[in-house]
Design a protein around this ligand. Structure first.
Ligand SMILES: Cc1cc2nc3c(=O)[nH]c(=O)nc-3n(C[C@H](O)[C@H](O)[C@H](O)COP(=O)(O)OP(=O)(O)OC[C@H]3O[C@@H](n4cnc5c(N)ncnc54)[C@H](O)[C@@H]3O)c2cc1C
Length: 382
């Protein structure tokens, strides 16, 4: 009898946990992971890396040794289409096609607004994560090139990621004894508009103290090599523009014949299976969970879904056992790195900040990444 095949698409947070589960107890199937980069970069640590506090290695998880530790085949390729019915499907990639009995998607998201004129040519987008090292290199080059002139940076999108990046860029440039001119642009009336007023005002005060100019209630009309033009006609000088406008589904996912919602996210039920019965499961940013339209696209929820996905994939490929359900709680702790050795902690309506919050973030995030480093080091596959 031929072995069943599970194809994992994307090396995201939930699939890392699937690999860990497989390293503990091998799946009764051939498992293949397809992802475009040999590294999975942990976004929660990106701002600390951008400001020079931690090395690139401290936010990188190597997929190949992790796969070897889990008895999984790693294929470095991009997926361009997924087709499936109830019995299986095919995953089309830049390295060829893979037939599968079960397909799992943990491919994260792209960034909204990439079709704005000039964006494709002139911005550093926060997705894919492989662009982060180019951003760091560009800022360091500007620090040298600009000399006594200010280094101007424009960050588009004032969610948690955008705020952290604006503060980290400011910190990196001023640490090099250069003048930083940082602007933050958002269509919402205030930064962190989805948080309560108190938390949002606290962040706004902090941005003002650092001299970061906040342009709210406006959006970007076009981007050129050294200027960002706003809808209201204002022009912001920008040696470097970072685009972090929130999650949008990958174009190839939107074009795949799967159960998608109107935006193009994969619709899954509480067991993380596609709602139409195709042999596809998913977790992380790329899903729309039935009955939970409030579910944020954040790493926290990808990690929370991971054990359920790992268990249910095993049940799906081995054909035995009960499926678990993912019932996420609405509350999660957010820790915003303020690039000064402190962080702002937000939980429900509670907001506080200080060095303790940064250490808490540093410890939680560091433990997460090191857990995977230890896993492949212990198995001795590097
Ligand atoms: C700067 C920044 C800071 C953030 N900080 C936090 C934080 O502190 N806490 C938090 O909870 N969230 C944070 N987020 C959000 C968080 O990064 C995402 O919600 C999270 O990464 C989603 O996890 P995921 O598993 O869905 O996908 P990802 O972690 O994005 O992984 C997706 C995987 O799919 C792969 N992939 C992409 N395209 C393809 C393709 N075509 N074919 C095959 N594979 C593909 C990618 O290479 C990657 O391996 C931050 C985001 C940014 C940008």
């Amino acid at each position: 009898m031929t072995r069943r095949r599970l194809v994992l698409v994307g090396g995201g947070h939930a699939h890392l946990e699937v690999l860990r589960a497989a390293s503990r107890s091998v799946f009764g199937a051939e498992v293949v992971l397809v992802s475009p980069s040999p590294l999975q970069l942990y976004s929660g640590r990106m701002p600390a890396h951008l400001r020079g506090r931690i090395s690139a290695a401290a936010l990188s998880i190597e997929l190949d040794p992790l796969c070897r530790a889990a008895g999984v085949r790693f294929v470095e390729a991009s997926v361009s289409r997924v087709e499936a019915d109830a019995r299986g499907g095919v995953v089309m990639t830049t390295a060829g096609e893979f037939a599968a009995d079960v397909i799992s998607l943990d491919v994260g998201a792209s960034v909204a607004g990439l079709d704005t004129p000039g964006v494709a040519e002139h911005v550093f987008s926060t997705r894919p994560a492989e662009l982060w090292s180019a951003l760091v290199a560009r800022v360091d080059a500007l620090v040298v090139e600009r000399g006594r002139q200010a280094v101007s940076c424009c960050v588009v999108g004032a969610g948690v990621g955008g705020i952290e990046i604006a503060l980290a860029l400011h910190s990196r440039v001023t640490a090099a004894k250069r003048v930083a001119e940082v602007a933050l642009v958002d269509a919402a009336p205030r930064p962190l508009a989805s948080w309560d007023d108190g938390a949002s005002e606290r962040v706004l005060r902090l941005l003002n103290e650092r001299g970061i100019a906040v342009h709210a209630n406006t959006s970007v009309a076009r981007v050129a090599a050294d200027v960002v033009e706003l809808e209201d006609g204002r022009r912001l000088r920008a040696d470097v523009t970072v685009w972090t406008t929130g999650a949008a589904p990958h174009k190839w996912l939107r074009q795949s014949p799967l159960a998608l919602d109107e935006d193009g996210w994969l619709r899954v039920d509480a067991t993380l299976r596609a709602v139409d019965g195709r042999a596809v499961l998913g977790a992380g940013d790329c899903i729309a969970l039935e009955g939970a339209p409030w579910l944020p696209r954040s790493g926290v929820y990808a990690v929370r879904a991971a054990p359920v996905l790992a268990h249910n994939l095993r049940v799906a490929v081995e054909g035995a056992g009960q499926l678990d359900e993912f019932r996420p709680s609405r509350r999660s702790l957010a820790l915003v790195d303020t690039a000064d050795g402190r962080a702002i902690a937000h939980w429900g309506r509670f907001t506080a900040g200080g060095r303790w919050a940064w250490w808490l973030k540093h410890v939680i995030d560091g433990r997460y990444v090191r857990g995977y480093h230890r896993l492949y080091a212990r198995i001795g596959t590097t």
